[in-house]
Ligand binder design. Structure first.
Ligand code: F6R
Length: 258
């Protein structure tokens, strides 16, 4: 896993945006896996600015979002469908986008169809991920099977509390989500994880330097051949091998830089 430590959120967003730009330049018809939440807001802002400046072009790209709340229609302001419209899709031209349907009548069937759609698109080239303070990726909470596929999951009380800031009260946060599984995420050709702030420092350390365990689903990314983690200084605070990560980044060959 490549660990890139940047000064602050703005630098994390621009490093991540550069990776998206390289991906789309190398393969304009890329299949992109997208995340929601607070962490990627700055990245999306940057990508929209770059698209307006003609630096990136999503018009041939296909996207698949990681997850959606069960019981919220796409018109609900806290749905991830509404989030994606607000932060990205209403500002750029994208060939095709997909978000799990939180209102699907037959959830298992919908999940199987979502998996099939990813396969039919040729698999995900670049998968963007945030990191839960409990070590989740997507909404694969601790204890999730590391081989899991898209399915219904129950959020932990901690995740409900973490996400309550976006709702009028914690009671309004849905308890269930449809999420890509850890196995689905590991199927992407390149995983890109972003983490910001001291509230993520323990989860970052467990993901990168702890044992691979279902109790920290993000630790499964240690098994992924091409995983990039970009964190700010605060989120890197509990990492032990910081000097080495900085050394690797400083000595990164020019052809590998985004
Ligand atoms: C969102 C998702 C989640 C978030 C994670 C971090 O689509 O899959 O795993 O990435 O909960 O959320 P923030 O960025 O709000 O701290």
């Amino acid at each position: 896993m490549e660990v890139i430590i940047k000064q602050d959120a703005a630098e994390v967003s621009s490093e991540a945006a550069a990776l998206f730009r390289r991906q789309l330049r190398e393969k304009p018809e890329s299949v992109l896996g997208l995340a929601t939440g607070s962490t990627p807001v700055g990245l999306y802002r940057r990508l929209v600015a770059m698209a307006r400046a003609g630096e990136v072009d999503f018009s041939r790209a296909t996207t698949f979002n990681l997850d959606e709340y069960v019981g919220l229609p796409g018109t609900h302001p806290q749905s991830y469908a509404a989030y994606m419209q607000e932060h990205l899709f209403q500002h750029i031209e994208v060939a095709r986008w997909h978000i799990p349907d939180g209102m699907a009548a037959d959830v298992s069937r919908h999940c199987a169809e979502y998996e099939a759609a990813i396969r039919e698109a040729g698999g995900i080239d670049l998968q963007l991920l945030g990191l839960g303070s409990d070590g989740h990726i997507g909404f694969n909470e601790p204890g999730s099977s590391l081989g899991s596929r898209t399915r219904l999951k129950t959020l932990t009380a901690q995740t409900v509390a973490d996400n309550a800031a976006h709702f009028a009260s914690p009671a309004e946060v849905p308890r269930h989500v449809v999420t890509m599984g850890v196995g689905t995420i590991l199927g992407a050709r390149h995983c890109l994880v972003l983490a910001l702030g001291k509230g993520k420092a323990d989860a970052v350390a467990a993901m990168v330097e702890g044992p691979v365990t279902a109790m920290v689903p993000a630790s499964a990314l240690q098994m992924h051949p091409v995983c990039t983690l970009i964190v700010d200084e605060a989120a890197a605070a509990q990492l032990k091998r910081v000097e080495y990560y900085r050394w690797v980044y400083e000595n990164k060959p020019a052809w590998q830089r985004a």
